[in-house]
Design a protein around this ligand. Structure first.
Ligand code: AMP
Length: 430
């Protein structure tokens, strides 16, 4: 075929990851693994066990728990009709599924409270930007059953803070609030609605709509022009019933007993309907406007709403993407996935020795790169350097017949001759 003909032939179109989704690649995935490993370790020390729940559920589960008027349910869920005509949705969060599982498996029969954690992808059709994706990852935990003792709220918060501390997350700020219960919150919401109606024309269209659907969410507004008005609105703390006020002050006391610094933020409400009493949010540095890395709160009554027995509940969800971004911004990310040893071999006999050496070194836990084809030593050393290898093991005919291998340390160029046991010994001591 002539060159011209080849050019005219249509190339198959390329694929791209769907907007709002992305590939996570090495070396970044090493950081993801470190974060997840740390979560497994820390959460286990608090007595939490891992639960793995399905990626999709009946749409109704989310509609009933998260709330029909929330952004998440009204416009962000990936919902489709299954072949048997049931409506299913990709999970936009995991609390509803964990509660469903608690009921489905009769976990109220277990010693209470049941402490569970999860990690994995969630799906919301939001406008993508830095720190906001349509497929994003959460690490979260739930405490279900038992009492609503303020010490539980505080311990859950302590667990997240311990996790962040272990990861050396920078600029961590914990905000807390109480949004009352079924008794006192509706009264406050009505008061708020009345106040908002009086200043309706000064509010933007989103807030105007929320006066009807969800007045609490107006407090969340970041619109510059609304800040002055919001500052004059009544605070929920002044309208909590006695039980909620007592609970809130006990939570604060419990946090102080644990040495956890917090800021009270009366405007902190959460976007999902099921929350009551304690709510909290944690922000971290380096994230711009999407700086919330964790949101959580108490949701007594949610299990009941989903058809289970009356059950207390509290939990949180950490945005793993944002956590990783913040760690990267503060230089806590591994630069490259290096190799301990790059084996530069030449000749058939050396290849056989190299294969055996690689096996032994890997068995001892070292990361080894064994090139598949023979290369000149100069080229092999260049390759070792590019891969960020710490050492190059040079195996040629001489080395194999002498039984003395050459190990070159790439950082300083030093070289030494070692027998195989000496080599393992030397690497182990580093
Ligand atoms: P929520 O489930 O809405 O309470 O969110 C809990 C945490 O998940 C937030 O603080 C964020 O860190 C993270 N998060 C929520 N939505 C997204 C998203 N679209 N992209 C990335 N992270 C998100």
């Amino acid at each position: 075929m002539s060159e011209g003909a080849a050019k005219n032939e249509e190339k198959p179109s390329k694929f791209q990851a769907i907007r709002g989704t992305r590939d996570l690649l090495p070396p970044e995935t090493a950081l993801w693994n470190r974060v997840e490993q740390t979560a497994h370790e820390i959460f286990a020390t608090f007595g939490f066990g891992e639960i793995r729940i399905p990626i999709f559920e009946q749409t109704d589960l989310f509609a009933r728990s998260i709330g029909l008027d929330t952004d998440v349910v009204s416009k962000e869920m990936y919902t489709f009709e299954d072949r048997d005509e049931t409506s299913v949705s990709l999970r936009p969060e995991a609390t509803a599924s964990v509660c469903r599982a608690y009921i489905e498996h009769g976990m109220q029969q277990l010693p209470q409270p049941v402490k569970l954690y999860y990690m994995g992808p969630m799906f919301r059709r939001e406008r993508p930007q830095k720190g906001r994706y349509r497929q994003f990852y959460q690490i979260g935990a739930e405490v279900l059953g038992g009492s609503d003792a303020p010490a539980i709220d505080a311990e859950v918060i302590e667990m997240v803070m311990t996790f962040f501390d272990r990861l050396e997350l920078q600029g961590v700020q914990l905000d807390i609030n109480s949004i009352g219960c079924r008794e006192c919150r509706p009264k406050y919401v009505e008061l708020l609605r009345a106040e908002l109606l009086r200043v309706k024309d000064k509010l933007g269209p989103d807030s105007q709509r929320r006066i009807e659907t969800n007045p609490l969410r107006v407090l969340d507004s970041k619109l510059e022009s609304e800040q002055g008005i919001i500052a004059t609105l009544p605070h929920i703390a002044d309208h909590l019933c006695e039980a909620c006020a007592t609970h809130y002050s006990a939570v604060k006391h419990q946090l102080e007993m644990r040495g956890i610094l917090f800021r009270e933020n009366w405007r902190l409400v959460r976007g999902l309907d099921y929350y009551m009493r304690t709510t909290f949010e944690i922000t971290a540095q380096g994230l711009g406007s999407q700086n919330a890395v964790c949101g959580g709160g108490r949701y007594d009554g949610l299990v009941e709403l989903l058809g289970g027995p009356p059950t207390k509940g509290i939990g949180f969800a950490i945005g793993e993407d944002r956590l990783i971004l913040s760690l990267q911004e503060s230089g806590k990310a591994p630069a490259q996935q290096g190799r301990d040893v790059y084996i530069a071999w030449m000749g058939e006999r050396a290849h056989a020795t190299a294969i055996r050496a690689a096996k032994d070194l890997r068995k001892a836990g070292f990361s080894v790169e064994l090139p598949a084809v023979e290369q000149k030593f100069g080229k092999a050393l260049g390759q070792a350097d590019k891969l960020g290898a710490k050492h190059a093991l040079i195996l040629g005919d001489n080395e194999v017949s002498e039984g003395l291998w050459t190990l070159k340390t790439l950082a300083d160029g030093s070289q030494q001759k070692l027998t195989e046991p000496q080599l393992l010994d030397f690497l182990r001591k580093l």
